[in-house]
Design a binder for this molecule. Structure first.
Ligand code: PAD
Ligand code: ZN
Length: 380
């Protein structure tokens, strides 16, 4: 079938909407009519070509929600008409990582995501000239319709409009998982969140829900800090002036911190996360840095049992946890509308990427179908 989709042709060129060809679902796949999709900084990294060579041409978009239109013959967990959120790690359940309970590290899912293919190593997408297009992080949801692996479509209960549910599959799962799974924040712990954009704001809310005693929001953009305070941060430190950053963050928390989440992807802020820790504290790196970037730490400080830990997709088993997070949203305990700074149409993808590069606003939600998404008025 013919659909409209936002295609990355080549890094450095604007991401433009094209008519592309989408094949129907294979036995273990699902065809979804996309209602809405969030624009994440990882899309910027892909569009800028810094996550490795050859990751284009690609239909971008890895965070979204929609309604199932058709399912392959082996799919049993969803049926046409079901509302779903996307997961960009459709774990296989049988590789070594999955068997060990670390489904976010599913090996075939990781391999195929990197190749831009679905779980069988092939694509359902072609450009107007017949050339194969990659599926952005196995989701490719900056499009009117998409075909995803069965486990990439997670059923949603009623209760959340899809323009908000769109954020569940990346920002919310990653932010909440970083706090609950990767870290394991305990009641009363002190937490710094360095970078309070679309993902960092979810870390802030999750730290509050986990019962952190202090949640120090750190950003260089005042508007993000205000949002963070409204989402449960106890303190805000503006680092647009880099003077005495470590001291100011520690002072806000009443001393070194138990946890510091880096949600930007720069060596300097990874180092900042390390520097604000108390002895025994742990820095969690959520931010994605371009391929080839290195970070350095003062090795003597390992003596104080500080740790630094990577985080992919919040160390989450999405099939289990995404519906739980959706329940939190439906009950009003985890609001999402406040982090959506703009709602726009499919033609607005490139502008949304540009705003993220400038550090302006939190999430943009791209609405493919306003009625399906129950979305407010779109802004051009
Ligand atoms: P975003 O652009 O919405 O937020 C980044 C925030 O950092 C903004 O509020 C900026 O103002 C702030 N910022 C930037 N530079 C600095 C600085 N030097 N000092 C202080 N603040 C600064 O991005 P996002 O929230 O969509 O994504 C954040 C990162 O997380 C990004 O690297 C993305 O690729 C990564 C990510 N990782 C995973 C994962 O599984 N690990 C999942 C999703 C996103
Ligand atoms: Zn993302």
């Amino acid at each position: 079938m013919r659909i409209r989709a936002a295609v990355l042709r080549e890094p450095g060129r604007p991401v433009a909407v094209e008519e592309v060809e989408l094949d129907g679902p294979q036995a273990d796949e699902v065809l979804v009519r996309v209602a809405a999709a969030g624009v994440c900084h990882s899309d910027v990294h892909l569009a800028d070509g810094v996550l490795g060579n050859g990751r284009w041409p690609m239909v971008l978009g890895h965070e979204g929600a929609g309604v199932v239109e058709a399912v392959g013959e082996r799919v049993t967990h969803v049926a046409p008409g079901d509302r779903v959120a996307f997961s960009f790690v459709p774990s296989c359940g049988s590789c070594r990582s999955c068997r060990a309970g670390r489904r976010n590290l599913c090996e075939p899912a990781g391999r195929n995501a990197l190749a831009g293919m679905l779980m069988d190593g092939t694509s359902r997408l072609r450009g107007a000239g017949g050339e194969v297009l990659q599926h952005g992080l196995m989701t490719a949801c900056f499009a009117e319709r998409t075909v995803v692996a069965a486990a990439g479509a997670v059923p949603l209960e009623a209760g959340i409009p899809l323009w908000q549910a769109a954020l569940l599959g990346c920002g919310v799962v990653t932010g909440a998982g970083a706090v609950r799974n990767t870290a394991g924040v305990r009641l009363g712990d002190s937490v710094a969140v360095i970078g309070c954009g679309g993902v960092g704001l979810q870390v802030v809310a999750a730290a509050g829900l986990a019962g952190a005693g202090r949640v120090v929001a750190v950003d260089r953009d005042r508007a993000k800090l205000e949002l963070a305070l409204a989402r449960g941060a106890t303190d805000a430190v503006d680092v647009s002036d880099e003077e005495n950053m470590v001291k100011r963050i520690r002072a806000a928390a009443g001393g070194g911190l138990d946890w510091a989440f880096e949600v930007i992807g720069r060596p300097s802020t990874m180092r900042l996360a390390w520097d604000v820790l108390r002895p025994g504290g742990t820095a969690i790196v959520v931010g994605l840095a371009p391929v080839g970037v290195e970070v350095s730490l003062p090795a003597i400080e390992f003596l104080s049992e500080k740790s630094i830990k990577g985080c992919f997709y919040g160390s989450t088993d999405v099939a289990d946890e995404l519906p739980r997070l959706a329940r939190l949203v439906a009950s009003g305990r985890l609001p999402l509308a406040d982090v959506i700074s703009r709602v726009t149409g499919l033609d607005g993808v490139d502008d949304a990427l540009e705003r993220l590069r400038r550090g302006e606003g939190a999430r943009t939600v791209i609405v493919m179908d306003r009625e399906l998404a129950q979305a407010p008025e779109l802004v051009a």
